[in-house]
Write a protein that binds this ligand. Structure first.
Ligand code: NAD
Length: 308
């Protein structure tokens, strides 16, 4: 299979590129990435010279470029996005532009030239918060921050291309990822680096917000499965059931780095901060997937990576 991976120089996208090239010897990948502040070619070290991999620096909103690239692949996996909630609260415009219009550009190209499979990478945040229980794929979308709203918009658009144009779309919705190659603005890498430097770890509110943490390699295996074996028109939740409060994550990081709890600093809460996300994952499990890393194993690997 020849796959166009957009956003492949970012955190999850680059891990996915490495995963596919490592596990499918006949596959080829074209990585399209605009190299925004969040993307780095260093994340693709080891595959930049691989004859099965081509890196293209460019924007998913560039219709001509995208149509050219899509004409030469069997599948698209769209990771490219503005991905940081805090930045979307400061200004939503780039989020609407890349996450919604960028997705539309890819869908238009796929529809024009034809494609075997289009995987839209989405997030548990599109469901909004859930105080008890879990969200299943059929639950209504109720995004509560601008980032999540643009991701929900992209999901709806992708789904509409499936029902209207018969485009072979599949959507994945994963919980919070952690692991190597994540940008230092995100909670786990930032806290590891602050802890190692003896700097404060700023915890929002009282630290009671709960997230379901999945090690990025487990997510990449699940996405690979959804790409190849997911049913067209379906959504797949991907989660680990490893629920942690932000304070628990912070304490685990301090422990792993060997730093003092005194570095914890409670700061004003994020506006509209969702209290808890949790996913029902029966559907992806029915495809034969389960996570291989516990939170603790994943964190040990992640801490080793960043301290290196
Ligand atoms: P990231 O910010 O690390 O990477 C995004 C990549 O997209 C970067 O390399 C960036 O340069 C690129 N990009 C941004 N705008 C672009 C554009 N207009 N054209 C081409 N490339 C562009 O993000 P991530 O954490 O790896 O997330 C990847 C995807 O997974 C996103 O769609 C995100 O919504 C989704 N997701 C992330 C998580 C998570 O915990 N990180 C969880 C669920 C879903």
């Amino acid at each position: 299979m020849r796959i166009l991976v957009t956003g492949g120089a970012g955190f999850i996208g680059s891990n996915f590129v490495h995963h596919v090239l490592d596990t499918h010897e006949n596959d080829e990948i074209v990585t399209l990435d605009a190299l925004t502040y969040a993307g780095s070619k260093a994340n693709l070290e080891g595959v930049l010279d691989d004859p099965r991999h081509e890196f293209v620096e460019g924007d998913i909103r560039d219709q001509e470029l995208v149509t050219d690239l899509v004409a030469d692949v069997d599948a698209i996996v769209n990771f490219a996005a503005e991905s940081h909630v805090d930045r979307s609260i400061e200004g939503a415009k780039p989020f609407v532009s890349t996450n919604v219009q960028g997705t539309q550009t890819l869908l238009d190209a796929a529809n024009e030239v034809g494609i075997d499979r289009y995987l839209q990478i989405s997030t548990d945040e599109v469901y909004g918060q859930v105080l008890d229980g879990t969200f299943s794929e059929d639950d209504p979308l109720n995004p509560r921050n601008p980032y999540a709203a643009t991701k929900a918009g992209a999901d709806l658009l992708a789904n509409s291309f499936q029902t209207t144009h018969d485009l072979p779309v599949v959507i994945s919705r994963t919980s919070n990822n952690f692991g190597p190659r994540q940008h230092a603005e995100k909670l786990i890498p930032k806290f590891i680096q602050n802890a190692a430097a003896g700097e404060a770890l700023p915890v929002y509110g009282d630290g009671s917000n709960v997230r379901e943490w999945i090690y990025v390699e487990d997510n990449c295996r699940a996405l690979d499965l959804v790409l190849r074996e997911g049913s067209i028109g379906e959504v797949y939740n991907i989660g680990s059931h490893a629920e942690k409060t932000n304070l628990e994550v912070t304490e685990a990081i301090l422990d792993a780095v060997g730093a003092s709890d005194d570095l914890i600093e409670f700061v004003e809460d994020r506006a509209g901060h969702d209290q808890r996300y949790a996913l029902d994952t029966e559907k992806i499990e029915a495809l034969g997937w389960e996570p291989q890393y516990s939170f603790e194993e994943g964190l040990e690997r992640t801490v080793d990576y960043y301290l290196d």
